[in-house]
Design a protein around this ligand. Structure first.
Ligand code: NAP
Ligand code: ZN
Length: 354
């Protein structure tokens, strides 16, 4: 299938219009016309090769919402016209113990990422959602529940799933005390989801200007991470801290904030952190953990939960021609709190008759 979108052509070049092929529909594939795509910090990390694994050209984007336009003959879960969503994974082995448990993100063979992955059958590079169409096997296509606003649902697929998963896996509910480090795309969803699960939520931020928004989004308290006195006073205050900071940083100042047996779960930085001081871990039997995205069943559970509880991200809608400016603003944390690309703004690139 011929399609088009915006691609990064090199780490130091702006994203630009790009035409490419999606694979022909397999028997268990769903073809989707993309209506909206959220802008995750991982898109930016990948476009700029921050993780040193990007192959160019690359179309990024893994917070995809769209409409089914065609299905293969074996597809049973989705039909033409359905509103559907695709997150950060498009395939896995489907055979290992983790896949059988619905934890495809932990597939023993490695899951296939929506972009920067390799198609398990053809070996072609996978391309993400800053595009008009995508083709995905049906097991990795999620249902957008009725009542969930399509234009806002995109960020749930990554920012929502990535923060919902540790909240559920650490059994957060009424009575839980949750801290959220970094109030950006992931962080603001962590606040909303933890509050909707009944927890008391504190935002740990370096930006005093975000305090009013934090409270409006459902946080009970706001702690300025540069305020050393307030940080000491908040000792042992949390059962779970979700850390969404996207760069190398020091966890040590946050560890004493955990209560005995509490866990700090890193979901932001992918790669090295500053040297860890084990003392607060030993003294409080505290833990540092990590978590990546969520399995398909848990992602669907999260979408259904958000529809039921009316939990939606705060979004700023942009045209795809504004994507490079949006990346610069994302780097400055100048977004409240997730950009979403309206794919109606995407036009077919002009092809010169050579
Ligand atoms: P984002 O919208 O840019 O938000 C990050 C927030 O972290 C900022 O708003 C800021 O909040 C804080 N922050 C930024 N730079 C900082 C610094 N140098 N020091 C301290 N705090 C800083 O990013 P995002 O889309 O939420 O993504 C966050 C990270 O999660 C990215 O690295 C992304 O790749 C990763 N990610 C991981 C997964 C996973 O599966 N684990 C999934 C998706 C994304 P304050 O101003 O409030 O401090
Ligand atoms: Zn993401």
């Amino acid at each position: 299938m011929k399609t088009y979108g915006y691609a990064a052509l090199a780490a130091d070049k702006p994203l630009a219009p790009f035409s490419f092929d999606r694979r022909a529909l397999r028997a268990n594939d769903v073809a989707i016309e993309i209506l909206y795509c959220g802008v995750c910090h991982s898109d930016l990390h990948t476009a700029r090769n921050d993780w040193s694994w990007t192959n160019y050209p690359i179309v990024v984007g893994h917070e995809i919402v769209g409409r089914v336009i065609e299905v293969g003959p074996d597809v049973t879960r989705h039909k033409v016209g359905d509103h559907v969503a695709v997150g950060t994974m498009v395939d896995s082995c489907q055979n290992c113990d983790q896949c059988h448990k619905g934890e495809e993100q932990l597939c023993r063979e490695g899951n296939t990422q929506t972009f920067c992955g390799v198609d398990r059958i053809t070996g072609e590079p996978t391309m993400g959602g800053y595009a008009k169409h995508i083709v995905v096997r049906e097991e990795f296509v999620l249902r957008v529940p009725k009542g969930l606003a399509l234009a806002k649902a995109g960020p749930l697929l990554c920012a929502g799933a990535t923060t919902y998963s540790p909240l559920r896996n650490w059994n957060v509910g009424p009575g839980s005390r949750v801290g959220v480090i970094g109030m950006g795309g992931l962080g603001h969803m962590a606040i909303k989801l933890a509050a909707a699960l009944g927890a008391s939520v504190t935002v740990l931020s370096r930006s005093p200007s975000k305090e009013a928004d934090a409270k409006e989004l459902g946080a009970d308290a706001f702690l300025l991470s540069s305020d050393e006195k307030a940080m000491v006073q908040a000792g042992s205050a949390f059962d779970l801290i979700i850390d969404t900071v996207p760069t190398k940083h020091d966890l040590t100042p946050y560890l004493p904030l955990l209560d005995v047996d509490g866990t700090l779960c890193v979901v932001g930085q992918v790669g090295p952190l500053d040297e860890l001081n084990s003392l607060p871990l030993l003294l409080g039997r505290r833990r540092v953990a990590g978590s990546a995205i969520a399995g398909i069943a848990q992602t669907q559970e999260m979408l259904d939960f958000c529809a039921r509880k009316n939990v939606l991200p705060e979004v700023e809608m942009i045209g795809i021609d504004q994507i490079n400016e949006a990346y610069e603003r994302l780097l400055r944390s100048d977004v409240r709190y997730r950009f979403v690309i309206d794919m109606a703004s995407l036009t077919q690139p002009h092809v010169d008759a050579a």
